[in-house]
Write a protein that binds this ligand. Structure first.
Ligand code: SAM
Length: 240
């Protein structure tokens, strides 16, 4: 039987008991019409899934730990320049379904969006919903918006030069599919509607990011991250 997955915070678990938030109680009892003793899967977003049973209005008991792993073998940090409108919400939702590990909203020179704290909370909620829906164990972290220089300096501490990639349209460069490692960590950056400006191209060069193509067609700023994630997932999961 297909069980509903509910994202919980690690702090909600004490021993074998899960304390449910008012929002989760409403969702389980009112929206899903669950009853006491009904079961669901609680996921803490950090890799744990527990088969759980409702024992009271505000509590559930952990029945057993579920040994599942639907995560990509490569940790992927996607730094995506924020497109206008609600485009970043689409990027968060779909790249979570595709297996992204961390999403960095990039404040590029051609980005107009100045997201509020409320907007960032909304992105994190969308990531949690998409992780539940796509049966993932991890909920991707959405970092605070970063300038390109700030992002590049964080990556340079953690990710190998050969795994730092930047998507560049209209360039004669290797396809992303040729550059994907089978394990470890990879960083991929995608640009805004107007593309990267010269200053940003120089910044990527300074931090040894390698330009990659996503094919011959010019993709929208919302589409490019999803094509990149799809290529990474296909390469990793087909055992290339
Ligand atoms: N106006 C830009 C130009 O003409 O070069 C196109 C920008 S595109 C709408 C937005 C971003 O998506 C680009 O900065 C790049 O990161 C990525 N992108 C789009 N199509 C791509 C492709 N075929 N290969 C690599 N990256 C691509």
């Amino acid at each position: 039987m297909q069980l509903q997955r509910i994202a919980i915070a690690p702090s909600q678990v004490r021993g074998n008991t899960i304390s449910l938030t008012p929002h989760q109680q409403h969702y389980l009892y009112r929206v899903l019409r669950c009853q006491r003793r009904d079961r669901f899967i609680a996921m803490d977003g950090g890799g744990n899934w527990w088969l759980s049973q409702l024992t009271g209005d505000s509590q559930a008991e952990i029945v057993e730990f579920l040994d599942a792993n639907n995560e990509l073998p490569v940790a992927v940090t996607l730094a995506a320049a924020m497109p206008k409108g609600s485009g970043f919400e689409e990027i968060v939702r779909y790249s979570t379904e595709l297996g992204v590990t961390r999403i960095v909203p990039l404040q590029s020179d051609r980005t107009l969006l100045q997201p509020s704290a409320k907007k960032r909370q909304r992105w994190q909620r969308i990531a949690a919903e998409a992780a539940e829906q796509s049966e993932r164990q991890m909920i991707p972290e959405i970092t605070e918006p970063l300038s390109l220089a700030a992002y590049c300096s964080t990556v340079s501490d953690t990710i190998a030069i050969s795994h730092r990639l930047v998507a560049v349209a209209r360039a004669d460069v290797p396809h992303l599919a040729e550059m994907i490692p089978v394990s470890g960590e990879i960083a991929i950056a995608t640009g805004p509607e107007g593309g990267w400006c010269d200053r940003e191209t120089i910044c990527f060069q300074e931090y040894h990011f390698q330009p990659v193509s996503l094919g011959k067609r010019i993709l929208r700023a919302v589409t490019a991250p999803l094509v990149a994630l799809s290529a990474i997932a296909a390469a990793c999961e087909s055992g290339k």
